[in-house]
Design a protein around this ligand. Structure first.
Ligand SMILES: Cc1ncc(COP(=O)(O)O)c(C=O)c1O
Ligand SMILES: [Zn+2]
Length: 438
């Protein structure tokens, strides 16, 4: 069997856990944890690796008894946030009543001016997740992990982060009244550092890159010092990851319960992309959308492109890289879900591509200039890859395409440094005319 998914994490199996909880928990339709590799099932708990084969665990649901039309009506009558999809998530039925930062239901922008620039005729949309409470899609995943942390009795919320996750954890913990202590590479963008620190939790810079931070967190989980800590993307990862399904649900509902033909999704660990695929498949299985083909395209920065390198080489294992790119939020050199991303891109007829830093900056400006959306570097990566794939004839411009912008440009201002005043003038009309602005 091809060992997947856990190369960058310490292995914590169903038997070895720092969890204080053993009793059955109520996480709605989540029935058990199931190994993605061998199907072995274990009860819900704060574990992420299979005790049989060390494969990654994910949530197995019991959706039996759902009537398609009643479910659709219930979703449509739900709140304008991710909890409208609570029947499809590992959360208790009363989740919307608890203190939570309630992310989601972000705009799906019909990007006609960008489409014209890129030559897309089949309909181009930007799913703009910069509109979340801490300005990135990470609020979706943290909201699930918070419910799991509550269910398992954790008192401290933690994570290893490339920046956005740290802010999302800080905000969610603040709102829930939990302690947070999060770990980031010490040299992140100032906007990300401030966004992570402002919620009052502890923020620790690690001298190293994200992969070093992740390794450190895995050590901490196994140590008494990490007792009672819920690491959203490590020991709570199966729950956390499900939050990305809500992007798939929202996109389809906002398109009128219709699958897009093509999606362009950024890749750091690859979790988001794999769960968007899972969400789309669930909608098909539940009868909420028509079963027809869709293609998923993964997007990376050239300076951290382990998955696109493997895709282009036809490999099914991902060789780790040392990241060097302005797209720091995507700078994971050893992506846990990389092999699954390769499977999905190949199965759906998509691809994985990368763009260099210059193209990332150009794409940020293109999206801002055409649609009034200021994306962080991760959005520059997806828009840049979309452009590159259209130019290469890989993305079909005649098909409905959704491009994800997963974060806010205000957090990565340095990427567009030099963008500023058109002119400085004296406060009179002559000066205005002299500057050639009339
Ligand atoms: C803005 C942004 N987009 C996308 C991603 C990719 O997430 P994943 O690790 O699920 O691939 C990240 C991860 O940190 C991110 O911060
Ligand atoms: Zn297994």
């Amino acid at each position: 069997m091809r060992r997947k998914g856990l190369a960058s994490m310490a292995v914590q199996t169903a038997e070895s856990t720092t969890s204080p909880a053993a009793a059955p928990v109520d996480l709605g339709p989540a029935a058990a944890l199931s190994c993605r590799e061998c199907g072995h099932r274990v009860p819900l708990g704060p574990v992420f690796a299979c005790e049989e084969c060390f494969g990654p665990l994910e949530i197995a649901y019991d959706f039996s008894g759902y009537d398609t039309e009643k479910l659709r009506a219930r979703i449509e009558a739900g709140p304008a946030n991710i909890w409208r999809y609570a029947p499809l998530l590992p959360v208790p039925a009363d989740v919307a009543d608890k203190p939570n930062i309630n992310p989601g239901w972000t705009k799906l922008v019909k990007a006609d001016r960008l489409a014209a620039e890129l030559g897309v005729t089949g309909g181009l949309y930007v799913k703009d997740d910069s509109g979340n409470p801490t300005h990135s899609f990470k609020d979706r995943v943290v909201a699930q992990a918070l419910e799991a942390a509550r269910a398992f009795g954790f008192t401290t919320l933690s994570c290893s982060s490339t920046g956005n996750l740290a802010g999302a954890v800080g905000a969610a913990a603040a709102r829930a009244g939990l302690r947070s202590c999060v770990f980031i590479p010490h040299d992140l963008e100032q906007g990300k550092v401030v966004m992570a620190a402002v919620y009052g939790g502890e923020l620790v810079g690690i001298e190293g890159n994200y992969d070093d931070v992740n390794r450190f967190c895995s050590e901490l989980i196994g140590d008494p010092a990490g007792e009672g800590w819920g690491f959203v993307n490590v020991n709570l990862r199966p729950y956390y990851a499900e939050g990305s399904k809500t992007l798939a649900y929202e996109i389809c509902e906002q398109l009128g319960w219709r699958l897009p033909d093509q999606l362009v999704v950024p890749i750091a660990s690859g979790s988001q992309l794999t769960k968007i695929d899972k969400g789309l498949r669930e909608l098909i299985e539940l009868g909420l959308v028509e079963d027809r083909p869709y293609k998923i395209f993964g997007a990376q920065a050239e300076g951290c492109s382990p998955v696109s390198t493997a895709f282009k080489a036809g490999h099914d294992v991902v060789r780790p890289q040392k990241p060097d790119t302005i797209a720091k939020s995507l700078a994971i050199g050893n992506p846990a879900d990389g092999p699954y991303v390769l499977d999905i891109a190949r199965r759906t007829g998509g691809a994985v591509e990368d763009v260099d830093d210059e193209r990332i900056v150009a794409a940020i400006k293109l999206l801002a200039r055409t649609e009034g959306i200021f994306a962080e570097t991760a959005g520059g990566v997806t828009v840049g890859v979309t452009k590159k794939l259209i130019e290469a004839g890989v993305l079909d411009p005649a098909l409905t395409t959704v491009v994800l912008n997963t974060g806010d440009g205000l957090k990565t201002l340095d990427a567009v440094a030099g963008t500023g005043l058109t002119a400085t003038i004296r406060p009179n009309l002559d000066s205005f005319r002299e500057a050639g602005l009339a």
